[in-house]
Design a binder for this molecule. Structure first.
Ligand code: ZN
Length: 259
């Protein structure tokens, strides 16, 4: 075989391998949705908390590395239209509606102009330690999307369909009435869901639902089981953040049963 033929042969193989790599990475990539709960400045450390100092550092990392911080609704729209997921993007969410989201997270989000979604438990509005109606209204007016996390934080797979439906509908109604906004997104308490619950969420008029690391849809095909990635005090190193925000993190963690 001539040198020329060997050269073109190798070139062809490299082209095929390269094209396969690009194709595979486009199929495997998902936009990471970060999940926070509490952002505390003093006191306790728990699994679901991040310190204010570390939260600030994580947001600065996102800014410095020029991630596109997408509103959740934008990501949901892209998924529903079947368009390719935008690279180097991230979505920021908070569950439960702790008051420290207002005092600690909100000023930093505003500083960087990052959109975010807070999944509020509607019966916790104005309860000590949780967000007040006024705080929710103020944040909603400044680019924070207020969404639903049920009425009382019920673990939905354990309750009857009637109660689940009431939890899903009534929380949306109250948030919409009290805040004068449209509530379009939902997150399952403790990430627990099943096919019936997904249907109830859809039927109630929500456009999407987030879980935690549960379910088997690793690649964001279903807008009613969007997997999220927890960031906490343990994520205090650049390489951890890089891995969790890479868009390929779901490939390396075990899928957990939805309920
Ligand atoms: Zn929760």
């Amino acid at each position: 075989m001539s040198k020329r033929r060997i050269f073109f042969g190798v070139l062809a193989v490299l082209a095929v391998v390269g094209a396969l790599g690009v194709w595979a990475s486009s199929r495997l990539y998902v936009v990471p949705i970060i999940m926070y709960h509490q952002v505390y400045d003093v006191g306790h450390r728990r699994l679901d908390t991040v310190s204010l100092r570390l939260f600030e550092w994580q947001m600065a990392y996102i800014k410095k590395n020029r991630f596109h911080v997408l509103p959740l609704k934008k990501l949901v729209q892209i998924i529903k239209e079947g368009k390719p997921l935008p690279r180097k993007s991230v979505v920021i969410t908070f569950d439960d509606g702790y008051e420290n989201n207002y005092w600690n997270a909100f000023p930093i989000l505003r500083k960087y102009q990052f959109p975010a979604t807070i999944f509020m438990v509607s019966d916790f509005i104005d309860v000590p330690g949780y967000l007040t109606r006024e705080q929710l209204r103020e944040m909603a007016a400044q680019g924070i999307d207020i969404a639903s996390h049920t009425r009382t934080h019920a673990y939905l797979p354990s309750v009857s369909a009637e109660i689940a439906s009431e939890q899903i509908r009534k929380s949306k109604e109250r948030l919409e009435q009290e805040l004068g906004i449209k509530v379009s997104h939902f997150s399952y308490p403790s990430g627990g869901f099943n096919e019936k619950i997904k249907f109830l969420v859809q039927e109630a008029g929500y456009e999407s639902a987030c879980t935690t690391n549960r379910g088997y849809d690793r690649f964001m095909h279903d807008p009613y089981e969007l997997k999220r990635i927890r960031l906490s005090d343990a994520d205090n190193r650049m390489d951890y953040l890089w891995m969790k925000l890479s868009g390929f993190y779901n490939l390396f963690r075990q899928a957990r049963s939805p309920d």
